[in-house]
Design a protein around this ligand. Structure first.
Ligand SMILES: Cc1cc2nc3c(=O)[nH]c(=O)nc-3n(C[C@H](O)[C@H](O)[C@H](O)COP(=O)(O)OP(=O)(O)OC[C@H]3O[C@@H](n4cnc5c(N)ncnc54)[C@H](O)[C@@H]3O)c2cc1C
Length: 379
């Protein structure tokens, strides 16, 4: 098992240490890591994670607050065992993030279902012409009698095709750009909402382009106030960005674990690889990258849990550092495995494919640099 001494850091309380121990045991017993049908596997993961109670931590009901350290610990831990199970946990949180933070009691009924594993959630902001520049979203939400009419497309939507409910960001036009977007909770069965294309990616996940054609939704679907959609999306990302860093950290820990086992047993010139100084240097760099990432991830999570309303700088630093570092750690893990590192299905090969998208979604690495620089220059 990967190093757990970081749990003694002052960022954590006893309940976090207990949860980490229980979750490791649960993952070992329940996550096999073998996937056939990706959609069916994700549905099964959501049901299992819900039945075991882990999904209760993916959102917060009336009067509760999200514990970001718990979210990060869960993502980090599951990532060490199974990338697709980690994805299933993460999306229940991100998908329902806007409802957790801003939902009405009626909207929170969906949260009960996503937190028990009875419904699957999605978060839809990206469009074919608006990714990093989310404020440029064109999808419209026109006011009609009793509600809104949605028209447009959302792409790269995780859980697209299997989600029961989506939080969708669309233009209500109170102002140009960011101030003219609103957030809506949309039942996936609403007429006019179709999965127009399934998108295949290097690490298989349910992903789709959604098309909305005259999708009629009631007034009660609006989350927060009209025109607050962009602010709502950014508040959600403020919480969930550090958890992306946590997932990357989990992948990196697994890669180091696999590498330690390999270099201690693989013999070169009659002695284990681990006796070569150059290899030791690489192991030191991997461990250093992991600890530095963990410090930034849990600094961000702890800061939020201590009541800081926004952690934009901390969360961006955590995501940027942890995802970039995990890519380096996993690349070195593949290297130290030699030919075996690129064999299909080998753990480090899976991790190599799994980590790549984390440097792109929820704000690409250079977008995080822009956010950090703005915060530092403006301070
Ligand atoms: C596996 C996966 C899952 C996803 N899941 C979801 C989801 O569930 N919901 C959702 O809404 N979206 C999702 N996305 C979409 C994701 O958030 C976008 O892909 C991302 O925001 C980048 O947008 P883009 O692809 O349009 O790239 P672009 O916006 O075209 O950016 C391309 C590149 O340009 C550079 N760049 C962009 N802006 C700047 C800048 N300001 N300064 C410097 N460089 C810059 C970066 O290198 C960036 O990677 C997912 C994407 C992937 C790959």
């Amino acid at each position: 098992m990967a190093d757990t001494t970081y749990l003694d850091w002052p960022f954590f309380e006893e309940r976090h240490r207990a949860l980490s121990k229980d979750l490791h045991a649960w993952c070992k017993a329940n996550l096999t890591g073998h996937h056939g049908d990706v959609d069916a596997t994700c549905r099964a993961h959501v049901a299992k994670l819900g039945a075991a109670g882990w999904l209760m931590h993916s959102g917060a009901g009336e009067g509760e607050t999200l514990d970001v350290r718990t979210l990060c610990l869960i993502r980090e831990t599951i990532a060490q065992y199974d990338g697709l199970a980690e994805f299933s946990f993460a999306m229940q949180g991100l998908g329902m993030g806007a409802v957790t933070l801003f939902g009405t009691p009626e909207q929170r009924d969906w949260l009960k279902k996503t937190r028990s594993g009875q419904a699957i959630a999605g978060f839809a902001i990206t469009e074919p012409e608006a990714g990093s520049d989310a404020a440029a979203a064109k999808m419209t939400a026109a006011r009609v009698q009793g509600g809104f009419l949605l028209n447009g497309e959302k792409t790269y939507i995780s859980n697209g095709g299997i989600a029961d409910v989506y939080v969708v960001f669309a233009r209500t036009g109170e102002a140009p750009g960011a101030k003219g977007l609103s957030a809506f909770l949309v039942d996936a069965r609403t007429p006019g909402l179709e999965v127009a294309e399934r998108i295949e990616v290097m690490a298989p996940h349910p992903l789709a382009l959604l098309r909305f054609t005259n999708v009629e939704i009631p007034e009660s679907a609006l989350i927060g106030k009209p025109g607050d959609g962009f602010k709502i999306a950014m508040s959600v990302l403020d919480v969930f960005r550090s958890t992306v860093g946590a997932a990357a950290l989990g992948f990196a820990r697994r890669a180091l674990d696999e590498t330690l086992a390999r270099v201690k047993t693989r013999k070169i010139g009659g002695a284990p690889l681990s006796e070569l100084h150059m290899v030791q240097g690489h192991i030191a760099d991997m461990a250093l990258d992991i600890d530095a990432s963990a410090l930034l991830v849990y600094r961000a999570a702890w800061t939020k849990d201590m009541g800081q309303p926004r952690i934009t700088r901390e969360a961006s630093m955590a995501k940027l550092k942890a995802t970039e570092a995990a890519q380096r750690v996993i690349d070195m893990a593949v290297q130290l495995h030699g030919g075996d590192g690129v064999k299909h299905g080998v753990m480090v090969e899976q991790l190599y494919r799994e980590i790549r998208a984390l440097r792109i979604y929820e704000g690409a690495s250079d977008v995080q640099r822009v956010i950090i620089a703005r915060a530092v220059l403006g301070a």
